[in-house]
Design a protein around this ligand. Structure first.
Ligand code: DAH
Length: 339
């Protein structure tokens, strides 16, 4: 009797199943209602008293071995089943690749480039680390000029000054140094100011600069180009030019677009006026042309500059400029549908 149980334990330990059906047959054979285990437990009462202890222990070992085997085979069959089914089904869709989205600043920058490239503007770039000449002096902002106060920045070296550029206007002179008129170029890029960070201002932001130089360029050309831009970019067709001051343009103006006063948001973003300021512009000052070796008696031109964050905040109703730089996926994901 005892030998038989020991033999059965060996049998159970050696058992292998390659299908669920084989395993089920095994389970029924040993653990079923009329299975071997139950039979043996029934035999227990017939075992001689002095053998009961040893027989009982062997029986328990046998029971545990059988249960353990069934569990082990069940788990391994399930796993291989999974693998087999995923390998066999060649029509199964591939693992989804999670796509990112463009950053709203890139979206708006690309839209601006797109609008101006349709009327012949090319894209040019300049360095973010700039010298004093290109960022200030060549733009009619000599060292003593009070307008420098509005554009404090981070200095890398002093005397001579090397700094983080405060505006993309620095690309104007660089571009004119290397290219003959006619010039139609758009210079997007990152700029820096020594400013306190708040919901509306940051020490790093982005601008797009426009520069157009040719013979006989007039203020009317500037105005018409800006009107074209606001129509294409915002779908708005009313603009106004408010006299302003920039050292590198003469005359200079701020460009406002008529946003309207139809919704509550319109009221909020235009402070109840309907008008929104979107950029600065003007006719390139003759001194700026001279500084880049372009003859101001032969050529004239216009320039403009706008902040990308400002426009993105307007278009997408983004309440806080800091959101652009935090890279919170919950923010970025919302731009998935826009290219
Ligand atoms: N550079 C100016 C700024 O950062 C923006 C600007 C105004 C650019 C007028 C221009 C311009 O080219 O003509 O505030």
């Amino acid at each position: 009797m005892l030998d038989k149980v020991k033999e059965l334990i060996g049998e159970v330990n050696d058992f292998k199943a390659t299908t669920k059906e084989e395993l089920e047959a095994f389970r029924i054979k040993y653990m079923g209602k009329k299975g071997i285990l139950n039979d043996l437990f029934a035999e227990f009462k017939n075992v001689a008293n002095d053998q009961k202890k040893e027989f009982g222990q062997a029986l328990n070992t046998f029971k545990n071995a059988t249960e353990g085997k069934v569990n082990e085979l069940r788990a391994s069959l399930e796993e291989s089943n999974l693998n087999a089914s995923s390998l066999n089904d060649l029509t199964r869709p591939a693992e989804p690749i999670s796509l990112g989205s463009r950053h709203p600043i890139s979206i708006v920058k690309n839209q601006i480039i797109d609008v101006f490239s349709r009327i012949g503007f090319t894209v040019s770039e300049g360095p973010e680390i700039e010298d004093d000449w290109h960022n200030f002096t060549a733009l009619n902002l000599p060292e003593y000029h009070p307008a420098r106060d509005m554009q404090d920045t981070f200095f890398i070296e002093q005397n001579p000054d090397i700094l983080l550029r405060t505006h993309t206007s620095s690309v104007q002179t660089r571009y004119m140094e290397n290219n003959e008129p006619p010039i139609r170029t758009l210079s997007p890029g990152r700029v820096f100011r020594n400013e306190d960070i708040s919901a509306r201002a940051h020490c790093i932001f982005h601008q797009v600069e426009g520069l157009y130089i040719d013979t006989d360029v007039s203020f009317a050309d500037l105005k018409q180009t800006l009107l074209y831009f606001t129509q294409e970019m915002f779908g708005k067709s009313k603009i106004r030019l408010r006299p302003s001051y920039f050292p590198f343009t003469e005359p200079s103006a701020e460009v406002d677009i008529y946003w309207g006063l139809e919704t509550e948001t319109d009221y909020k973003i235009t402070k109840g006026t309907g008008w929104l300021e979107i950029m600065g512009c003007g006719m390139v000052d003759p001194n700026v042309l001279k500084n880049a070796n372009i003859d101001p008696t032969k050529y004239s031109g216009y320039a403009f500059g706008m902040g990308i964050e400002r426009i993105a905040m307007l278009l997408y109703q983004i309440p806080d400029i800091r959101m652009f730089y935090e890279n919170d996926v919950r923010f970025l994901e919302q731009f998935k549908s826009i290219n």
